[in-house]
Design a protein around this ligand. Structure first.
Ligand SMILES: C[S@@+](CC[C@H](N)C(=O)[O-])C[C@H]1O[C@@H](n2cnc3c(N)ncnc32)[C@H](O)[C@@H]1O
Length: 259
């Protein structure tokens, strides 16, 4: 691998696949009373999350689905070799709306990737296709973000090991809620990766998402809201079903949709 690699920097600054899979694994078990085995990671990028899933249990199987051959290739070359249960992860180059992968216990759409479906009919079609690909006892997990700073044009910097991660909300159009975001990286030795990742998507609200999931045929849709650490006032990493959120500047939550 090159000294600086945008996928590696993305993994280190954006993803926390252990926490994500902790939540998904425990929530599935608490709702269904048994363990999930078959997981499809939609918009998988390099398939990190799917990799974490197969390494949790030798009986687990996962499919990482993405349109882009180059990110899947990166996953095959860099994520797969690190896994104990390599044979249980399959990379699939396909559109998430017709990957043909059915009978899943879990489908994941994480890191807000599905926000790139801009229109209600397109989003509902995607949600319907997910519902059709789940077992009756399956669960669709998504994440969402929002808050009063989510629609602001701003940049946020965070120092990571060896580089700075820069989140750039470059433009927001209040008329259609579409926004342009970028991730830039600046390495400590001065190399800049401008617009390393580019997201043009719609900032959907939680009521819209819940309504569309129900319209797509899911029978139950729950929002899991993060608790607050009393000392720091920050999120405590514990997500629980809630009907009442807090009017934070920026929040991230999970949604679970049951067929
Ligand atoms: C934000 S990345 C998500 C990476 C990863 N899921 C994560 O949690 O960080 C979005 C990915 O979605 C893929 N993508 C976009 N539209 C897609 C579609 N219709 N079907 C499959 N993959 C798609 C892109 O190629 C890109 O790799």
């Amino acid at each position: 691998m090159k000294k600086h690699d945008i996928h590696k920097m993305y993994q280190e600054s954006v993803q926390c696949v252990e926490a994500e899979i902790d939540f998904v694994e425990a929530t599935y078990k608490s709702i269904r009373g048994n363990e999930a085995r078959y997981l499809r990671e939609d918009f998988s990028g390099t398939g990190q999350t799917a990799g974490e899933w197969v390494d949790r249990n030798p009986k687990n199987r996962a499919w990482a689905v993405d349109l882009e051959k180059s990110v899947l290739d990166w996953g095959r070359d860099n994520v797969l070799p690190q896994l104990k249960n390599k044979a249980n992860l399959t990379f699939v180059e396909a559109d998430v709306r017709n990957s043909g992968l059915q009978e899943m216990d879990i489908v994941l759409a994480m890191n807000f990737s599905y926000f790139l479906f801009m229109e209600r009919p397109t989003m509902i079609d995607y949600f319907k296709s997910v519902k059709d690909s789940l077992e009756e006892t399956g669960i669709f997990f998504l994440d969402a973000f929002g808050g009063y700073e989510a629609a602001k044009e701003l940049t946020e910097e965070r120092q990571c090991e060896g580089f700075t991660y820069i989140w750039d909300q470059a433009s927001f159009n209040p008329i259609n809620s579409q926004m342009q975001c970028y991730i830039h990286f600046k390495t400590d030795d001065g190399v800049e990766y401008n617009k390393a990742f580019d997201y043009y998507w719609r900032l959907w609200t939680l009521p819209e998402l819940q309504e569309m999931l129900l319209e797509a045929g899911f029978s139950q849709v729950d929002v899991y809201w993060e608790g607050t650490d009393e000392k720091s006032g920050e999120g405590d990493g514990v997500f629980e079903v809630s009907k009442l959120g807090t009017a934070d500047a920026g929040w991230v939550c999970y949604i679970a949709a049951l067929p």
